[in-house]
Design a protein around this ligand. Structure first.
Ligand code: NAD
Length: 353
């Protein structure tokens, strides 16, 4: 039986496909932009300048200082650049870090954003912005940070190294997994979540085997979009909270942390969410959803242990304490000892049980 639900479609225009970067100029004109500031990380500056050249008279300049966790000081530098270039819109070209900077500028100025994601993080589909100030991460939820338009150009993801594609892809799967058992989930989001997991679980091994496989890259980006919508539309639970805590407390890399924790968090919730487990199994073509996700990460050559990405063993208890300190909704009540076991297994890289 379909229960009662509320479904809210977030406003955002999406252009998807190989070569769609060519419509960037037209998309800026569509929302009335006249002077675009291109945002990138230092690593993607050349790509940003290339895009700038293609924008012709619409190109105001570039700010290539985007970095992880959206530090407020970087946002302030970008604001200065925006003013000195007299920019009236931004084009964020890159992964979640660059998207985050565009959103931070939009929150402060209301500026229009064209977002061109080149990873599978999914931030472009969410009204959520995480920022850091003096080492403290805060999260705001505000529709004002949603980009006006998103261009998913598959060609731009061809350069995403296979290792990053693997962890970024599993990071996206994690959004869909938690959407399937979200308190406010609905049948439309469940469809998108299952299809997103199916697309990514199929595409990631193909990308690992042949990074230039455009069809697989296209499937993966399509899956990432669906998973991003899931993240932006319904609430997340234990897995995302744990990754947020672990990442913030021990300065762990975002996508790798998600990749390691996901099978363990899912095992914790499994007894209370049989329908979600069945959907994930179907989408991944495995008998055991959590084991299947662990095997997928292993097959992709991703790291499987938090100790291998910089978490100290002494941090296990601290993380367990923090995970139950700020109560939040989860399908299974938060039990400190069971959560400690979960973190200990993830720390050691053991299979989920
Ligand atoms: P990232 O944006 O930090 O990118 C990692 C590195 O890969 C960067 O050096 C980047 O320049 C490079 N890169 C990106 N795309 C590339 C490509 N196609 N080819 C070659 N190099 C490429 O990593 P990420 O995992 O995309 O984003 C992580 C950040 O996004 C975190 O800060 C996280 O908190 C945030 N995030 C926010 C939300 C949200 O809804 N607010 C959602 C997901 C992630």
């Amino acid at each position: 039986m379909i229960g009662s639900f509320t479904f809210e479609n977030l406003p955002c225009r999406v252009v998807f496909g190989s070569g769609t970067l060519s419509v960037a100029k037209a998309e800026i004109e569509r929302f009335g932009g006249k002077r675009a500031l291109v945002l990138t990380t230092p690593q993607q500056e050349a790509q940003g300048k290339h895009l700038g050249a293609a924008l012709g008279p619409l190109y105001a300049g570039i700010f290539s200082g985007a970095t992880m966790h959206t530090p407020v000081e970087v946002t302030e530098q970008a604001l200065t650049a925006m003013k000195s270039y007299e920019a009236d819109c931004v084009v964020s070209l890159g992964g979640g870090s660059t998207t985050g900077l565009g959103k931070a500028l939009a929150l402060r100025t209301g500026i229009n954003q064209l977002c061109i994601p080149t990873t599978y993080a999914g931030s472009e589909m969410t009204p959520i912005l995480g920022e850091t100030k003096a080492g403290l991460k805060t999260t705001v939820r505000d529709p004002a940070v949603l980009p006006e338009t998103v261009i998913y150009d598959v060609d731009l993801t061809l350069t995403l190294p296979a290792g990053l594609a693997a962890t970024s892809g599993i990071n996206a799967i994690a959004h869909a997994v938690e959407a399937l058992y979200a308190r406010d989930t609905n049948p439309v989001i469940s469809l998108m979540a299952e299809e997103g997991i199916r697309a990514l679980a199929g595409a990631l091994p193909a990308i690992a085997a042949k990074p230039e496989d455009r069809a697989a890259r296209s499937e993966a980006l399509y899956g990432a979009w669906l998973c991003g919508v899931c993240l932006g539309t319904v609430g997340m639970a234990l897995h995302h909270k744990l990754c947020h805590t672990l990442g913030g407390t021990f300065d762990l890399p975002h996508a790798e942390t998600h990749t390691i924790v996901l099978p363990h968090a899912l095992t914790y919730n499994a007894p209370t969410v049989p329908e979600a487990m069945a959907r994930i199994s179907r989408a991944t073509g495995t008998a055991d959803a959590a084991q299947g996700l662990y095997d997928l990460a292993k097959r992709l050559g991703a790291k499987l242990a938090l100790r291998d990405i910089g978490m100290p063993e002494a941090g296990i208890d601290k993380a367990a304490d923090l995970a139950v300190t700020n109560a939040y909704w989860n399908p299974r009540p938060l039990e400190r000892n069971a959560i400690r076991d979960l973190i200990a297994r993830a720390w050691a890289g053991d299979p989920p049980v």
